[in-house]
Design a protein around this ligand. Structure first.
Ligand code: PEP
Ligand code: MN
Length: 338
C-alpha cells in the first residue's frame, strides 16, 4: 500500500505515520521526490483495516499496490524513477552508461590494455569476471581474488568504476571489498541466498535476467535485494532461451520499455550475451538505447580469438570504437547523452 503525503506535511507528521504503520507490524519505505513524498507500506495490509489512514494529519491519499513486488514497483518511488550511483557515475540520469571489458579477467596486462582502450572510447565502467560461472566444470572459471586485485589496479589507472560478478554468498564480502558494483549473473538470478546476501551489503547490484526468467521473476529477484535494505539495483536484459537456435539467446527488446513502465529502477542491456556473435553486438546495442535503456554492458577483448571465454561475442578495440560512435545518434534520438 502507498500513502501519498500532503505537500505541506511536517517531519513530525511523517514520523507519526511511519511509527503508526510500523507499530502494526508492517515495514515502511519513505520516498521523497521533487513534488511529492510517499510512504510505502509492506506487510500484512489486513492489519491496517481498522485504521482510518485518511484521517491521519498529513495523509492525502492511499493506494493499494496490486503487484507482487513492492519496493521495485514504479509507484513506490515518489518520482517514479531512481538513480543508482556507482563510483562517480550515475545510472538512470541523463547519460546512458556503457560498461565494457572482457568476459573474464585473464591477466594484468590484457586488463590494463582493455581498460585504457575502453576508457579512451568513452566507456563509463569497466567489466571483467574474476569468478566465472561456466557451463562445464572443466572450463576456465576465473582468477578469483587475483582477478579482483587486477581490476582494482586498472580502476586506479583509468578511473573507471568496476563491475564484476559474485557467484557465491560466501564470496560476497570479498568481492564487495574490491568492486564498485556487484553483478548477479543470469544463472544466479534466483539464487535467493545470494540475493539476500547482496541485499545486506551496501554495494550497487547489477541484476541480470535469468535465461528462463519472466520479467515478474526478475522484479521479484530485485525485491529480494531491496527488501534487505539495498535499494541500488540496476536491471539487465541479456537475452532469454526460446526455440530459435540461430542465436545464443533471444534478445527481448520489449522487456526494456516494459520494465521502464513497471519499475523505477534503471534498466540496461547486454547485447553481447543476447546475440552471442560480435557482428550482432552493435545493432542490438543501438536498438536497446532506442528502446530507452539506461546503458549497456558489452564484452571487449584485446584479441577476441584467444579469449578464455566468450571470444565469439567479444568486440575488438576497433569494433568497440565503431559501436560507440554509432551509439551517439541513438542516444540523442532517445533524448540522452553518452
Ligand atoms: C557475463 O557477464 O560474462 C555473464 C556470465 O553473463 P550472464 O550471467 O548474463 O550469462
Ligand atoms: Mn561472458
Amino acid at each position: 500500500m502507498i500513502i501519498v503525503a500532503r505537500k505541506n506535511i511536517t517531519v513530525d507528521q511523517l514520523d507519526y505515520i511511519r511509527e503508526r504503520i510500523e507499530s502494526l507490524g508492517l515495514r515502511t519505505h519513505i520516498s521523497k521526490g521533487v513534488s511529492r513524498t510517499i510512504i510505502g507500506c509492506i506487510g500484512d495490509e489486513a492489519r491496517l483495516a481498522g485504521v482510518s489512514l485518511l484521517s491521519i494529519p498529513g495523509v492525502r491519499s492511499v493506494h493499494p499496490v496490486m503487484r507482487p513486488y513492492k519496493l521495485a514497483a514504479r509507484d513506490f518511488s515518489a518520482d517514479r524513477t531512481s538513480r543508482v550511483q556507482v563510483g562517480n557515475r550515475t545510472f538512470g540520469g541523463p547519460a546512458c552508461l556503457v560498461a565494457a571489458g572482457p568476459c573474464s579477467v585473464e591477466g594484468a596486462e590484457m586488463m590494463a590494455e582493455t581498460g585504457r582502450a575502453v576508457a579512451g572510447e568513452g566507456a563509463s565502467l569497466l567489466r571483467g569476471g574474476a569468478f566465472k560461472p561456466r557451463t562445464s566444470p572443466y572450463s576456465f572459471d576465473g582468477l578469483k581474488e587475483e582477478g579482483l586485485r587486477i581490476l582494482e589496479r586498472v580502476r586506479e589507472e583509468t578511473g573507471l568504476p568496476v563491475v564484476t560478478e559474485v557467484l557465491d554468498p560466501r564470496h560476497a564480502e570479498l568481492v564487495a571489498g574490491y568492486a564498485d558494483m556487484l553483478q548477479i549473473g543470469a544463472r544466479n538470478m534466483q539464487n535467493f541466498a545470494l540475493l539476500r546476501e547482496v541485499g545486506r551489503l551496501r554495494r550497487p547490484v547489477l541484476l541480470k535476467r535469468g535465461m528462463s526468467a519472466t520479467l515478474k521473476d526478475l522484479l521479484l529477484a530485485a525485491e529480494y535485494v531491496m527488501s534487505g535494505g539495498n535499494m541500488d539495483v540496476v536491471l539487465c536484459e541479456r537475452g532469454i532461451r526460446t526455440f530459435g537456435g540461430e542465436m545464443r539467446n533471444t534478445f527481448d527488446l520489449a522487456a526494456i520499455p516494459w520494465l521502464k513502465l513497471e519499475t523505477h529502477l534503471p534498466v540496461i542491456a547486454d547485447p553481447s550475451h543476447a546475440g552471442g556473435r560480435r557482428d550482432l553486438v552493435a545493432p542490438l546495442a543501438f536498438a536497446a538505447l532506442a528502446a530507452g535503456a539506461d546503458g549497456l554492458i558489452v564484452e571487449v577483448h584485446p584479441d577476441p580469438e584467444t579469449a578464455a571465454s566468450d571470444g565469439d561475442q567479444s568486440l575488438s578495440f576497433a569494433e568497440f570504437a565503431d559501436m560507440m560512435r554509432g551509439l551517439q545518434v541513438f542516444a540523442e534520438a532517445a533524448g540522452r547523452s553518452l
